[in-house]
Design a protein around this ligand. Structure first.
Ligand code: COA
Length: 448
């Protein structure tokens, strides 16, 4: 491939002579008009901000992102819900339905590279910000949206996390076979879709280098969840060719129906695994370990649990022979794991390459030194709430190192954005402010 084709932007620049990590950030120079709220959109723009994009969050005057006031733990301070999803951003308050507010938005559209939004279907159009309008104002603008569903019968529906988990196939395949569908604690609908959207935006920015024009990027939460539940659609198709032998219900002799069933804690792949009790369970709700009977280390498993004859016994020696006896095998392994703490089991197994995972509580994760050392768990200071813990950028890059900066107060950067970013003169700023377009309704009345 020629150099031109490889990066789409002519020859590569000369490699920087600055040390790694000291020549800016990956998305330096990219400006984002962040019209997101709640969780899915903010997850996306927080990632872009960590990579160095200038993210300008537009919030409704007086209220802001609704999550500022949800699940409040410290009176008078922004909630952790908000602070943990809006690091490294700037906040400007604008009433998008006010003519002077639209004046500011027009200026932002002209000076930003990407507009990201996750309003209910049609809300952006109702503000007058249709694709045609935005594209005419700034043909380079990328317009990225999260919606609950893609085009189809449900496209007009509002969607939250658990609706997406249910509609994307996750809930029907999570939980135990004899229990109801379950949603997971991991926010695969909101944060998962935000992640997908971030990749779409970065790809669109890359394509724009070649084409010179923006495009629409859409991630439907149903689609994002389904992408993460892909292995279960795999199993749906395998069902046509016989039972799913790695599912516990196969060993228990329970027939399969016509849809991928819930499989409890069985491994997703072909390596049978279970969650087993360790010393302290069940009184300690997290004294458990995930134990995988990986075929290449079956010999080590037999030795460590004290069943050396299972290595050669034809009833146990091969993965196929073991599948119908998983209950018996895991019951025996559990007898052994219950003699030790989850960390002792982890140490013993890791020493002989047996893959296991201790069930870590959020308390243990918050206190884990190695996660602090890598910046995955970070302590941040905030002017109204004080110190709190957050999850830092989980994507580590050697030349684009993330610092986690606290989330903005509501409208904290309104003035600097109007003057420094948009270049409005003092008289224009006064005119916009006096119109009430940037302030809460009570103040508007006073200004009127
Ligand atoms: N100035 C003036 N009006 C503003 C504004 C601003 N700065 N910011 C938002 N608004 C208005 C919108 O224009 C909209 O008004 P309209 O309905 O009259 O057109 C209104 O606020 C409400 O927006 P909406 O997105 O409908 O919020 P909601 O609280 O009713 O619904 C969701 C919330 C999350 C259900 C919905 O936004 C949604 O389905 N989003 C897409 C899927 C999604 O991301 N879900 C996951 C969220 S984590």
């Amino acid at each position: 491939m020629s150099k031109k084709a490889a990066n789409g932007n002519g020859a590569y620049p000369k490699p920087s002579s600055k040390p790694f990590g000291q020549d800016g950030k990956a998305l330096q120079g990219v400006r984002i008009l962040d019209f997101t709220h709640v969780q899915s959109g903010p997850t996306c723009t927080q990632l872009l901000a960590w990579f160095g994009a200038d993210v300008i969050k537009v919030e409704r005057p007086g209220v802001g992102d609704i999550t500022r006031g949800q699940l409040v733990d410290v009176k008078g301070a922004d909630s952790l819900y908000f602070t943990m999803l809006n690091h490294n951003k700037r906040s400007i308050t604008i009433d998008s339905k006010h003519p002077q507010g639209m004046r500011v938005l027009n200026a932002l559209i002209k000076s930003c590279d990407v507009l990201v939004e996750n309003f209910a279907p049609g809300a952006l159009d109702r503000m007058g910000l249709t694709w045609d309008y935005i594209h005419k104002l700034n043909p380079r603008m990328i317009v990225a949206s999260v919606k609950g569903f893609g085009p189809g019968p449900y496209e007009d529906c509002k969607v939250y996390e658990n609706v997406a988990q249910c509609a994307g196939g996750s809930a029907s395949t999570t939980g135990f076979r004899d229990g109801p569908p379950l949603v997971t604690g991991a926010q695969i609908g909101d944060s998962g879709t935000g992640l997908h959207l971030a990749l779409g935006i970065v790809s669109a920015l890359y394509q724009r280098i070649r084409t010179g024009r923006g495009q629409k990027v859409l991630c439907a939460m149903q689609d994002g969840v389904l992408n993460l539940s892909r292995v279960k659609l795999r199993d749906q198709q395998r069902l046509k060719h016989g039972p799913l032998t790695e599912y516990s219900q196969y060993g228990e002799g329970i027939p399969f129906g016509d849809a991928t069933p819930r499989a409890g804690n069985d491994s997703g792949g072909g390596q049978p695994g279970r969650i087993l009790k360790c010393k302290g369970a069940p009184e300690d709700p997290n004294a458990y370990i995930y134990f995988i009977t990986q075929a290449p280390v079956w010999g080590e498993i037999c030795d460590i649990i004290g069943e050396p004859t299972w290595k050669t016994d034809p009833e146990f020696a091969t993965p196929k022979a073991r599948l119908p006896k998983l209950n018996q095998i895991f019951a025996r392994i559990e007898q052994w794991t219950m003699t030790m703490t989850k960390f002792e089991v982890m140490n013993a197994c890791n020493a002989v390459d047996i893959p296991v995972g201790p069930i870590l509580s959020m308390k243990e994760i918050a206190e884990e030194k190695s996660l602090r050392d890598t910046g995955t768990v970070v302590e941040v200071d905030h002017p109204t709430r004080g110190k709190y813990l957050t999850v830092g950028n989980p994507i580590k890059m050697s030349d684009s190192i993330s610092e986690v900066k606290r989330s903005p107060l509501l409208g904290e950067h309104t003035d600097e954005i109007l003057s420094d970013v948009l270049g409005f003169k003092a008289a224009e700023i006064a005119e916009i402010k006096n119109s009430g377009a940037l302030s809460a309704p009570e103040k508007k009345e006073k200004a009127a």
